[in-house]
Design a protein around this ligand. Structure first.
Ligand code: MNH
Length: 453
């Protein structure tokens, strides 16, 4: 392809959706050259299954991920596969992310959802769904992760950590597109200096939180920070050092809030535009909470219909739109495409999740019953990977489910959802996919039982 066609073909605003569309048109795998680089995209579930195999393939860390290294360094998400701190942190943190561990974060998650609902009741006008869910998820990971309150629902200004985080991620993302002369321009306009100041500020805030916790330890390990500061890696008998703890906290802030928030925003959009599905999910919630909605820990696992709504939402709109894999050795995929050791490709989830070979002819339809257990059992498992794959898959999966299920169930129980009838879905691409400009109005439902908590 001529260079200029390459540049135009690479949609700078919606690259993932553009890539998914091309895969839909030309087949399960395609390759393009951009500025001399070879980029391969996989959209077929069968080929995805091959590269998901951890014996011949592994997580790759191409430039888009490496750009995050100055912020998150060897934190879990941006660590290289062979970095010792990945194994150490994974061993220390994995127990904190199991389903039973959600018990220790449960009440905090409930508190945050209640604060959000309280804010909605006080201020009944409509709101931007993605922005509101971002507040929820940020508040949740801040408090459950390291006892940090952004107070997103109560303060009128914003916590300065928020713009620092947002602007530095924005800056990092612009560095991904190779534009000649950008370094000079960024330096001249002060963007680089502003970015450095943002990063310094984030480091200082998080370091202060860590130092404060070290000075005033909790009696009971409750949040992720407590665990990181007190647990030893069984293999090396060592704890994480303070710098690595900072890297993990910033990692959880980056990896743990926009993904969850965008998935919730998509779920609200899909429910608001599929009232029959909302009615079904609401019936389950009403049956579980006939009189009140004090969400008990045990309730979350019972909300199977709500869980299916979330699974189907992440199928259609995987907010983490893909992941990178590299060959551990020279190999061939699909029986015909050779890859040399170290060569990498991207699995495009939006396309894998709609592969007709797995999902049938109505793959574009929102139908949560696809996740009924009989349908799940009848399907190959490799067609659904919203949390990535293998050793380096998402450690926060249970955390995200617990948070999303209890938030969505509470919202359905308390409110009717009214979508703007003129809205057509516009999916923005920042770090994640998210519904842009989707405004939602909620109206408090009639209570049929005892009063609200
Ligand atoms: Mn999460 C890795 C998606 C919520 C923390 N996450 C991944 C990967 C995907 C992903 C995909 C694999 C990336 C790769 O292969 O390069 N994560 C999600 C989605 C949600 C999500 C779709 C919500 C919905 N993630 C969360 C939450 C947290 C979190 C919540 C933290 C509290 N995720 C991580 C971390 C990793 C990760 C940490 C890196 C794990 C590792 O490499 O060991």
């Amino acid at each position: 392809m001529p260079l200029i066609g390459d540049i135009i073909g690479l949609d700078p605003v919606k690259p993932m959706q553009n890539t998914a569309r091309i895969l839909g048109e030309i087949g399960p795998i395609y390759q393009r050259r951009i500025l001399g680089m070879r980029l391969t995209f996989v959209g077929g579930a069968q080929i995805a299954a091959e590269v998901n195999d951890d014996t011949t393939w592994q997580k790759a860390m191409p430039r888009p991920l490496q750009l995050l290294r100055p912020i998150a360094e060897d934190g879990l998400f941006t660590a290289f596969n062979d970095e010792p701190n990945w194994h150490k942190a994974h061993a220390i943190l994995a127990p904190a992310f199991t389903q039973p561990s959600m018990r220790s974060y449960h009440q905090t998650m409930v508190d945050v959802v209640n604060e959000m609902c309280h804010a909605w009741d006080e201020r009944p006008e409509d709101f931007d769904a993605a922005a509101e869910m971002t507040k929820l998820a940020l508040e949740t990971i801040g408090r459950c992760g390291f006892g940090y309150r952004f107070d997103s629902f109560t303060r009128s200004d914003v916590d300065p950590l928020l713009p620092a985080l947002k602007d530095s991620l924005g800056y990092i993302q612009t560095q991904g597109v190779p534009i000649p002369g950008r370094k000079v321009i960024d330096a001249l306009t002060g963007r680089t200096r502003q970015h450095e100041a943002n990063v310094d500020y984030m480091f200082k805030v998080v370091d202060d939180v860590i130092a404060d916790r070290q000075a005033h330890p909790h009696d009971e390990p409750r949040d992720l920070l407590d665990l990181m500061l007190t647990t030893k890696d069984p293999e090396t008998d060592e704890q994480l050092d303070a710098r690595n703890v900072r890297n993990q906290i910033l990692t959880f802030l980056v990896a743990g809030h926009e993904t969850t928030a965008s998935a919730l925003a998509f779920a609200l959009y899909l429910l608001a535009t599929h009232p029959d599905e909302a009615t079904k999910a609401r019936a389950e919630v009403d049956a579980l909470w006939p009189t009140d909605d004090a969400v008990r820990f045990e309730d979350v696992a019972k909300l199977r219909t709500v869980r299916r709504v979330i699974d189907e939402t992440m199928r259609l709109w995987p907010t983490s739109p893909g992941y990178f894999r590299e060959a551990k050795q020279d190999t061939v995929i699909d029986g015909q495409y050779p890859f040399k050791q170290g060569e990498w490709l991207m699995v495009v989830l939006q396309q894998v999740h709609r592969d007709p070979a797995v999902w049938g002819d109505d793959a574009d339809r929102f139908r949560p019953d696809r996740f009924q257990s009989d349908e799940v059992r009848a399907r190959p498992g490799h067609g659904y990977k919203p949390f990535g794959t293998g050793l380096r898959a998402c450690i926060g999966r249970q955390f995200a489910y617990h948070e999303m299920i209890l938030a969505l169930a509470t919202i359905l129980h308390r409110y009717d959802l009214v979508a703007d009838p003129d809205y057509t879905l516009d999916v923005a691409e920042q770090m994640t996919l998210k519904p842009a400009g989707f405004r939602l109005a909620v109206s408090r439902r009639e209570r049929r039982g005892a009063s609200a908590p």
